[in-house]
Design a protein around this ligand. Structure first.
Ligand code: PEP
Ligand code: MG
Length: 568
């Protein structure tokens, strides 16, 4: 049994699919060339089949130019120059096919890499890719690819990149387990928005779990059981059933009001990572989108997404949400979110470096494309634009001015832009929380990003499982920063939301309610549970609870106080 951090709730029992680059051990051996050549051809066919499946699955997601890479890979498999030389070597030297493939492959790779023509140099990458795939088949190793999964599995990996997570096929991916990460790492956030159970930050995971092992993933208690016995299978199947029933029972609250027992209204909205997630928000009774993380659009592309591509995505969400508000966050790239096609300067502390609004204000070309797409889409719904990682009022002013200038340009081009757009900001840097009243004079709304606010206030990397104990939403210092932000916003008559993961945590809802938070934005799968909670609480009581929490001195004292008040 392995222990990790429960990141997206649920219980699943399925086979493990290890997403790990295999290590190939290639040694020269003497073999019977006849059978070896048959084996080589079988593996060549398997390789071609893989490539065709991957290409088919990528249709619609990749551009024609990108899809053509797979054609180039198939051409390598069918090239008699390449396969013929491998066969000849097997025959002439009586050597094993993986050895011959490796030798011939390397020879071609070196040859192409040394050519002057860029086109030929790129072919070296194709040959590398294809020979690796053939060698894996020859050695019976699995070369993992998310699009090749065709049975129910739990993905086991060191970490999943946001684009891996975005590619997960929900039909077969029943859950995932990763060796690193915490509740607010991006793979965890994506798992919640896809409603896929996940346990992250599991020490020793890759050493213990083998590809194909049957495992139980208990993402309620953060546990993985490898090759369980009959009793465990029985008990956890029951636990999975109970969880499913609980989820079903919450469905009756889908159209209910988010109102406390004494009549105080709040808004419960969803966080999304791509336009299709808007459906999960609506299916779970969300009253809007409180955070659309647009960086996933950039991370899923092979180049900066064009204005038109972005316009289509934003319009889709706005139309889907109709009259409900949609808060779209401008590009929040950098830190742990990199773009393969946009080189970042090397920095010692990328989380404290060139990222998010800092990059956008420096790269106005990139920012302009996004802002224009957003403004054009604004007429299709209720758009709120939100800037990430604002540290100073100067940054906020510069970003807001830029939006207003682009709006004027579009209008002069005869393009329709809504006059109802709200322009707000995230409060996720402590300096902004402390100065919230000043920001609120110029921002239409504030949204607290606790994932980063906690990371920066506690000086604890949110990706590190070693310091995960410092991710303390209930530390009184954090509660005071949240209170300053809410009070600061309200002092200027502005609404204040929260789109960090804390907003959806069961124990946090009562205190946040008491502190006067107006909008709670969370993973779609948490909305109904939060609504049930809000409806069961009294605002007057929660105000008292929040006031008392602010007088405490440690995380544990606050948690104890909340549990006591909820009779837990
Ligand atoms: C946050 O920091 O709380 C937040 C919502 O943004 P992200 O998790 O994308 O950094
Ligand atoms: Mg953030």
């Amino acid at each position: 049994m392995l222990k990790g951090i429960a990141a997206s709730s649920g219980v699943v029992l399925a086979k493990a699919y290890k997403l790990e680059q295999p290590v190939l051990d290639i040694v020269k051996k003497e073999v019977d060339p006849e059978t070896e050549i048959v084996h080589f051809h079988e593996c060549l066919e398997k390789t071609k089949k893989d490539i065709l499946v991957i290409q088919e699955k990528a249709k619609g997601r990749l551009s024609d130019e990108e899809l053509a890479i797979f054609d180039a890979h198939l051409m390598v498999c069918d090239d008699p120059e390449f396969t013929g030389q491998i066969e000849e070597m097997i025959k002439a030297d009586n050597v094993n096919a993986d050895y011959a493939t490796n030798e011939v492959g390397n020879m071609f790779i070196t040859m192409f890499e040394s050519m002057d023509d860029a086109y030929f140099r790129e072919r070296a990458a194709d040959i590398k890719d294809v020979t690796f795939r053939i060698k894996c088949h020859l050695l019976g190793k699995v070369l993992p690819d998310l699009s090749l999964i065709s049975e129910e599995t739990v993905i086991v990996a060191h970490d999943l990149t946001p684009s891996d997570t975005a590619q997960l096929n929900k039909q077969f991916t029943k859950g995932f387990a990763t060796a690193i990460g915490g509740r607010t790492s991006h793979s965890a956030i994506m798992a919640r928005s896809l409603e896929i159970p996940a346990v992250v930050g599991i020490n020793g995971l890759l050493d213990e779990v083998k590809h194909g092992d049957f495992i139980i993933l208990d993402a309620l208690d953060g546990i993985v059981i490898i090759n369980p016995n009959e009793t465990e299978i029985h008990d956890y199947s029951k636990k999975a059933e109970r969880f499913h029933e609980l989820k079903m029972s919450l469905k009756v609250l889908k159209d209910a009001d988010s109102v406390t027992s004494d009549g105080h209204h709040v808004e419960l909205v969803g966080n999304i990572g791509n336009p299709n997630d808007a459906d999960s928000v609506l299916n779970n009774g969300g009253e809007g989108v409180g955070l659309y993380r647009t960086e996933f659009l950039y991370m899923d592309s092979q180049a900066l997404p064009t204005e038109e591509e972005q316009f289509v995505a934003y319009k889709k969400v706005l139309e889907r949400m109709g009259k409900r508000p949609v808060v779209v966050r401008t590009l929040d790239i950098g830190g742990d979110k990199e773009l393969p096609y946009l080189p970042f300067p090397h920095e010692m502390n990328p989380f404290l470096g060139y990222r998010a609004i800092r990059l956008c204000l420096d790269r106005k070309d990139i920012f302009r494309t996004q802002v224009r797409a957003l403004l054009r889409a604004s007429v299709f719904g209720r758009l709120c634009i939100m800037f990430p990682m604002i540290a100073t009022l100067d940054e906020f002013r510069a970003a807001k001015t830029f939006v207003l200038e682009e709006k004027a340009v579009l209008k002069s081009e005869g393009v329709d832009v809504s006059n109802e757009i709200q322009i707000g900001m995230m409060v996720e840097i402590p300096a902004a929380a402390v100065l919230a009243d000043q920001f609120a004079k110029e921002a239409d709304f504030l949204s607290i990003g606790t994932n980063d606010l906690i990371q920066y206030s506690m000086a604890a990397d949110r990706m590190s499982e070693k310091v995960a104990y410092l991710y303390q939403p209930f530390n009184p210092a954090i509660l005071r920063l949240i209170k300053m932000t809410i009070d600061g916003g309200h002092s200027q008559g502005k609404w204040v939301g929260m789109c960090g993961e804390m907003a959806g945590e069961e124990l946090a809802v009562p205190v946040l309610l008491g502190l006067g938070l107006d909008e709670f934005s969370m993973s779609a799968s948490s909305i109904l549970q939060a609504r049930k909670m809000v409806r069961s609480l009294s605002y007057a009581e929660m105000k008292k609870l929040a006031a008392e929490a602010l007088t405490k001195s440690t995380y544990d004292e606050v948690v104890e106080l909340i549990k006591k008040s909820l009779n837990k």
